[in-house]
Design a protein around this ligand. Sequence first.
Ligand SMILES: [Zn+2]
Length: 547
Amino acid sequence: MSDLTTTTKGEAKPKRSIGQFFIDLVLRIVLDRKPGGKKDEPPRDIFREVKETIVFVVVLVLLLKTFVAEAFVIPTGSMAETLWGDQLRVACKECDFAFELNYSARGNGRPDANICICPNCGFRGTPANPSAGTGDRVLVSKYAYHIEKPKRFDVPVFKYPQEPYNPRERSAWNYIKRLIGLPGETIAIVKGDIYFTKALDYSWERKPEGDGKDGWLLQYCYHNDRRAVEAFLEGKFEHYRKTPDQILTVRRNVFDIDHQPTFLTGKMKTRWHPSPNNGEGWQYKDSTFSHSGDVLGWIRYQHLEPSWDHEMSSGFKEIQDVLGYNSLEDDFASNRFRFEWVPDLLVETHATVSGSGSEVTLELNYGPTRFQAKFANDECVLLQEKANGDISSFVELARTKAPLVSQGRKQLRFSDFDGRLTVWLDGRVLDFGKFIDVDVPRDKFRMTDADREAPVRIGSKGEVLCEKIRIWRDVYYKNNSTYYVDGDPNRATEVETYFVQPGHYFCLGDNSQSSHDGRSWGTVPDRLLLGRAILVYWPWFRMGVIE
Ligand SMILES: [Zn+2]
């Protein structure tokens, strides 16, 4: 869903929906109809009027059909934090960061929120100001899929294909998930990202029983079929890259500098601090970093986590797919949840740059390489680190105009989600004339020390003020299992593949940590799709179009 609270003016404009198209068409027809009947006007063209009226009626009917929508309440948390089920809204006692906890399990006699984990500072303890909220109410366009085919990353509502049915209403449960795989595709889930291909042919496999009616069953997804895994390792899959709007919808908070944990203040270094070796020129005060002087200096982020008992831990770790929302669940409290390193990051800051020659660079580490968005001389230059033996240097990928110096306070945002670099300046996506896709070869892609020591850095020269620094991570779709090449435990890959039978869709929950979805039961047959969730209409402060 569009993040209403942080969306700034001029955010990349979402694509015009079908509904909007019809509204525009109706308005155009209505506005074009001139008042007739005056004597000095030329005689009316009766055929033209009839034609216009027919078009008007047809459009009106289509418009109504498009908007014949059903309201659904989100019952559970499998789409968090994109859509909320019943939740408890709380604030962290240590950093005052407000967040939601899954509360849909309340009916199972779960006590009120006691121990949970803050998704911002990592504090584990009792939160402040709990207030319960019911699940989001969404409007579902029932005709969306009669007009156009379902698209990847849609949020469809569908009937759960498997029994048991809802015992009270004697009907199938309604599910809401993210559409990940299209008919005939093979999907690969790797390091939280989605890959797809249509190149694999399973016609030799045993056909689904019951005239194809059983095609949704997991067994017909040929899970981790050896040929599919090998095709992935040979680079034959395409990486699904989210649009800028989708990036902003599914990003998850890592750290907001305006919410510093008080318990760490004065006891240990803050998560953001000047780099010990090259932090020249930086001063920190009241959540703001200011740089002065002609020497390039860096501040870096370290993901410092306090330990369970509220004592400080000395170390820092990689950024993981921890979701505070799930922290009331038993599996979470007992550490049975498995957390993964999330390589895809997003950093943003409000920068005030003054004086010619001043510059600011946002840097994201990505396993064995690093990406930079460097703002200097009224341009933004994208750079990638290339190692050659022990020597590393930065290679230019693209550049475009981006005036920053003496322009007042500007919001800069830089992400490397799904192997694609995206830069925003004051909410607008910068156009580099092409997509900047930067896939690292699979055999070289792994976590490095830099992912722990300095996953995110900001470098500056001259007079620069950085406020509202915030880090986000990509949504992380998890694997259910590990694939062993030739059954050899030493040759494990993190690839997981699923084939999607023709006429079916593969769907996942955005809260992959705690979602009962395609990974465990299979796919959704066409006939069970009820429609596409188009907007949240309640609660009012979360109202908005679902991306
Ligand atoms: Zn906190």
